[in-house]
Design a protein around this ligand. Structure first.
Ligand SMILES: [Zn+2]
Length: 315
């Protein structure tokens, strides 16, 4: 039994050992736990400190952002009062440029219209050029589109007691060739050389294709009491009336005295040409001949394409 007792006694230390060992273990376990708590605490403090630091930083960052935002707003607010003025000025400038560009485009387009057709020694008409014509007075014909306005002008002059007499109007290129050849023959008969005869004829009669009479838009106008084509026609009642009123019907004195170097045609006080009412007005106001007028980018007072028979805008 003692053996039985001893055995447990013997076993006790063995049991105790594990107990001690266990205690040791427990002790070292407590230390570890304490360490862990410490680490956790330290960690918590560290985290807390970091969070605090971040919290301290965050507002300042937000403030910075807010400041930068508000400063942006401030610059926008500062710029706002000046921007509309600049924009207005720019808009005015660009709209002026746009207007000029638009007018230039419209004028370029309108120059292709039949009533602004240019026929001269530098711009001969094609040999197959044709136009529908209509009688305006006696047997003289003009472009059917301007015949009525020519008749209106003749009637208006008659009401003012002025007789306008058409002595030449539409002339075909073939007819011009005949006229030209006849005049060359007259000079040849006078003993001139062929070159002399041609040059003399070309100085007085348009070379076929280059005469404005081919267009059907021009007419030579005189009066019963003065039927010769000379500068003095300008001094007659009819000549005076035309200089004053022709533009109202869309006609201009085509070969003025002071433009002979440009038109390359002698002063023709009797030759009137339809260009449309607006252009007739602008040409009269500017004193430009058709060659000069058409070379402009935008004629002064030009307001864009308009009906050639519509009364021009009062400037
Ligand atoms: Zn003529």
């Amino acid at each position: 039994m003692a053996q039985q007792r001893q055995q447990p006694q013997r076993q006790r230390p063995q049991r105790q050992q594990p107990q001690q060992h266990h205690k040791k273990k427990r002790r070292s376990g407590t230390g570890a736990a304490l360490g862990l708590v410490l680490i956790l605490l330290l960690g918590a403090i560290t985290v807390g400190a970091v969070l605090l630091a971040q919290n301290n930083q965050k507002p300042s960052e937000e403030q910075n952002n807010q400041q930068s935002q508000s400063s942006d707003e401030e610059t926008i607010e500062e710029e706002q009062p000046t921007q509309p003025k600049e924009e207005e000025a720019q808009q005015e400038e660009s709209s002026e440029e746009q207007d000029t560009q638009k007018l230039a485009e419209e004028f370029a387009q309108e120059k292709q219209e039949w009533y602004l057709l240019l026929a001269n020694v530098d711009n001969p008409l094609p040999q197959d050029f044709t136009v529908e014509t209509e009688v305006v007075q006696n047997s003289f014909e003009m472009d059917a589109r301007v015949a009525q306005t020519m008749r209106n002008m003749i009637d208006a002059a008659a009401k003012d007691g002025v007789d306008l007499l058409v002595c030449s109007a539409y002339r075909s290129i073939e007819k011009q060739q005949t006229l030209f050849d006849e005049q060359v023959q007259i000079y040849l008969n006078q003993g001139k050389s062929r070159q002399e005869a041609y040059d003399l004829t070309a100085s007085a009669i348009a070379i076929p294709g280059t005469s404005e009479h081919h267009t059907g838009l021009a007419a030579d106008i005189v009066t019963p009491t003065h039927q010769t084509l000379d500068p003095e026609f300008a001094d007659t009642e009819a000549g005076q009336w035309l200089q004053e009123h022709a533009w109202e019907y869309g006609f201009v004195l085509r070969y003025p005295e002071d433009k002979q170097d440009v038109t390359k045609i002698i002063y023709e006080s009797w030759h009137y040409r339809f260009v449309g009412k607006t252009h007739a007005k602008l040409m009269k106001e500017s004193g430009l001949c058709l060659e000069e007028y058409l070379q402009q980018e935008v004629p002064e007072g030009y307001t864009g394409i308009s009906d050639p028979f519509a009364d021009p805008q009062v400037s």
